[in-house]
Design a protein around this ligand. Sequence first.
Ligand SMILES: Nc1ncnc2c1ncn2[C@@H]1O[C@H](COP(=O)(O)OP(=O)(O)OP(=O)(O)O)[C@@H](O)[C@H]1O
Length: 820
Amino acid sequence: MAKKSNTKQTTVTPGFFTLLKEFFTNERTRFISGLIISFVTVYVGLSLISFFFTGGIDQSKIDNVPLGDLVLNKGSVSNWTGVRGAYLADLLMNRWFGISSFVILFFLGSLGAKLMNLNNVSLLRRFIFSATLLIWGSLFFAFVFLKGYEDTFIYLGGQHGYYLSEKMINNIGVPGTFLFILGTFLIIAVFCSKRTIPFLQKLFSFSWFRERFDRKKTSMSGTVEEESGDLIAEFDTEKELEEAESQFENKAPAEKTVRLTYADAIEEDSFEINVPQGEEVYESFAEPVRPSEVVDDVLFTIDVPTGDDDVYDGSSMGEYDPKLDLSQYRYPTTDLLKKYDVGDHQVDMEEQKANQTRIKTTLENFGINIASIKATVGPTLTLYEVIPEAGVRISKIRNLEDDIALSLSALGIRIIAPMPGKGTIGIEVPNKDPQIVSMQSVIASRKFQECKYDLPVALGKTITNEIYMFDLCKMPHLLVAGATGQGKSVGLNAIITSLLYKKHPSELKFVLVDPKMVEFSIYSEIERHYLAKLPDADKAIITDFTKVIQTLNSLCKEMDDRYDLLMKAHTRNIKEYNEKFIKRRLNPEKGHKYMPYIVVIIDEFGDLIMTAGKEIELPIARIAQKARAVGIHMVIATQRPSTNIITGTIKANFPARLAFRVSSMIDSRTILDSPGANQLIGRGDLLFSQGNDMIRVQCAFVDTPEVEQVASFIGSQQGYPTAFQLPEYVGENDGDKMPGAVDLSDRDPLFDEAARLLVIQQQGSTSLIQRKFAIGYNRAGRLMDQLEAAGIVGPFEGSKARQVLIQDEYNLERLLNSLK
Ligand SMILES: Nc1ncnc2c1ncn2[C@@H]1O[C@H](COP(=O)(O)OP(=O)(O)OP(=O)(O)O)[C@@H](O)[C@H]1O
């Protein structure tokens, strides 16, 4: 029998250094420090500016006087910032770095702003940049203003600069120092801007000079030819032409060219002069013309079309920051959540011993002898791991489940025989005094805070008191089921809350469907931050059936649109796409945009299926099958886990299942494909299955007032002007205002896409449109009528497909443009 030492849990009081670290990382401390640094920066700035006007007068009072004496003498200096300011300005300007001391202010300003969360710059980079510029600037100014600096009250390079510059001149002479300063300047510029290298390459290759020269040459002959063209256009008769020629000869210096052009002109009736204008050619082509390509005065250029997305490179603008619009956004803090933990949770040794004895005697009564028994005490359950003596059949123990439950007089006993990965048999027994696992303890845990998942969900704690987390991105969709009152709503709130604590509003949007109308109403406050809705919807939280259907179809459209963008960007999933977009490798003018993850949460999904059937099931299945790569994830919850609700299609597409307590083993099988959920103890006790593994977790508890606090913390901050707009969805029965009449000004949103599809496939088939866009027959038929009215397809031909009247995409695009 395993001996258990008295495992009194102790609470660890945070040490001095932890408190100190907490103090300095605390947002308030950072803000106040930032504010102080900003004010100091302004003060130093004023002192430096004042120095230009008052430095001369103050010089005699400050020079060689210790600061202490100066302070006693206060009031006698003219600097606007008093004795200390005058002293500081003198120190920075004259004794240290001269005029480039202003760079220090630039760094201090950046530091202050960063601490106050006003910008997000890299301080290390700013520091290296500022320090380099400070030293270089001081040397530069000292070198430039070297002569007679001692006679002025202001040393523009500071003593540091003058010392350095004199030393360098002694060693490498004036030209050497000049080259050093220029060289270091260019190196700094190369590090600061990506355009420096191409600029320098152009400069050093003297191509600018040749270009100018060539342009000048071209424009000279251009002017001449242009003038000749005009003249010829104006004077038709030969006589007039002769007159013109004589006029022209007087004007034109480049005789030979002109005469040739003239001869050509007279021979051909219609005369056109194409004058290549140097500058225009240079600008309108992606690549400048290299001198080697100018052969015999014929300008030969290669046009590289920039239409392909791959070619776009906006990296010179720096990285795109999706959080910039809400750069001031503050993530919710953990103090908004309640601490339920009672502190030092004491293991009830008596209970443990009694349970062990009972398990042992019950098993012995049935002829099963035990070699050892070990207990692991979780927040709500204790796991007893039993090793039976050799020769005992496992199925025998499994069959005794009810008898052991009876002898322990406890509900919710679950026997795991054998424990996967361990050579033991597990018996889970609920504790008499279950602990609440607070959302606060889970969110504040290091594991959650440091986790790098894309969509992290902190579900609760396992039997071994470990935080259990998963990445919703990897699931990729989740089915939640459980009888009423067993903790489903709390579970959904825990999922939403975890995501709110980790994701910025620009990175995540929720679509919340709440037929009960009460569960998600608390989230209405975060509509402009985190919610997505249809363009014409009043509220983002969807409570009525028709809107659910529209929203799901709209999500299908969003999914298709995202796939299109992914395809154009040659990326495989949303992560790669967003990375490419952030690096500005995708052109926003071509429709590319940063894609937030979309998490669709549907509560009481059973009610929806019962009411709307396939209309709901099909879009859900479509999204579940395809949407993972484009960052759309679904969590659907039901309290009726029957087969007509959790259908085969739904089950096949939701590999991750979360089961709270259900009333029967059949329900448990419907959700998890195995029994177990019927033996849970309720109040957030759940089984989480991800394909083959199954784990028992105590769901974190988050109460409505806590969620309200988090929502109002977010809601009180600046948000986007509106909720995230989902694409417009035209329903199957919408839009049929006048049967038979086709109004091309009111085209279906899929019109252009459908036209392209038919022209590419050269097949005028309604069912092709239906299949490709997953729309009903009515809508596809209406689209076909519109395509016919626009002259893209021919008339209806019975069972045969319609004829496609446009042969290629080029003509189609022209037609589509003309319809706009
Ligand atoms: N994780 C948990 N820890 C402790 N208690 C919990 C937990 N989850 C739920 N409970 C308790 O169970 C009650 C019911 O939970 P909840 O409202 O989530 O049930 P439900 O399954 O959503 O019910 P319904 O389907 O009727 O809405 C809560 O009020 C709370 O007292």
